[in-house]
Write a protein that binds this ligand. Sequence first.
Ligand SMILES: Nc1ncnc2c1ncn2[C@@H]1O[C@H](COP(=O)(O)OP(=O)(O)OP(=O)(O)O)[C@@H](O)[C@H]1O
Length: 392
Amino acid sequence: MTETKTAALEFRNIDILFDRSGRRGAIEAALARLDAGETREEIGRALKVTVGVAGANLAVARGEISVLMGLSGSGKSTLLRAANRLNRPVRGEVRIGNGSAWLDIARCDDETLRELRKTRIAMVFQQFGLLPWRSVRDNVGFGLELRGMAPSIRREIVEEKLALVGLSNWADAQVHELSGGMQQRVGLARAFATDADILLMDEPFSALDPLIRRKLQDELMDLQKRLKKTILFVSHDIDEALKIGSRITIMREGRIIQTGTPDDIALRPVNDYVAEFIRHMNPLPTILASTFMRRFHDLPLRADGMIDGGNIAIGPDARAVRIGDQERVATAHHEWVRGAVCIVPVGMSLGEVIAVRQRSGFPVLVEDEGRLIGLCDDADILQALSGEARHG
Ligand SMILES: Nc1ncnc2c1ncn2[C@@H]1O[C@H](COP(=O)(O)OP(=O)(O)OP(=O)(O)O)[C@@H](O)[C@H]1O
């Protein structure tokens, strides 16, 4: 399996059950019923055992942001918390790469687990998990302090991480003096300070108001470009998931329904349940030109040899374009001049394509690594807006 090679963290056949009955053998009985195909609800009713996660398989690749998405109670946090054994699976493995070998977090000894939590896996919570009576600096350095790191070295690392999240001037402030968004930055800095390569983020931004939330999402994506951590991120917001996730996993009633890239989820939902999530997303920042443009190789040629794009014709050298009986130049959108047709990159979002289309007044051409490959006209944009995006 190629995924295994590059995975930093891998869940294999994970079942996590919670016994509310206190009866001996309840978990084993629940597993037997689970294997016989009974639902979470049936098992809960019959045995007072909650199925938190069932049969979950997920590989999180090194350096990616993998988002767990689903409604409340779908098992996202339960699965996430198995990654540092805050929840212990009753069956299955949680594998983490350790040099050239794998370690099973679900079964390793306590000493190894403590070491992993200190050095490899850090967690950022929704409610920040900060110590309000400590200063910002002392919160960021908390994990290092626990590790027994000397104050002078600790201070250096803490300053560096505070600068990373833009809080250098707040180092001596008390945490309660900070706004929610700033407190969450302290949480991020603390996670970064440990140098953990795996970050677990449980709805870290959901307590924040929408503007701050979007800003922190942008900041996280920026930081991630530089730091290249492996991030497992829980969210119940499809827009957030599609924005920050390199891969998204949709969960329902403890089970994984679909794992895929944002495009897979948005354009190729495996069933109505996933499609329903997608119907509620905001397509403007999410859908990319690559997915709703018309590709040149799907378009007919005109008698004069130009590609027939309806309202626009594109010459064989692909820079000479014709609208009606007028020749136009095609130019990169950031070098736009009046009367020109704009060329945008294939990764441009629907919202931005609309803005460019609006400004130039012409259909928009799409390029990939310097080569023109397609176009977006009003009909393509409307189809994308109405959820009928073209498949890439
Ligand atoms: N420690 C626990 N003890 C008993 N039941 C639990 C425990 N943790 C989770 N559960 C149950 O497991 C199921 C999945 O919960 P989980 O918190 O993982 O869902 P979630 O998708 O993260 O939801 P939310 O978005 O509301 O946090 C729920 O039915 C929950 O009540």
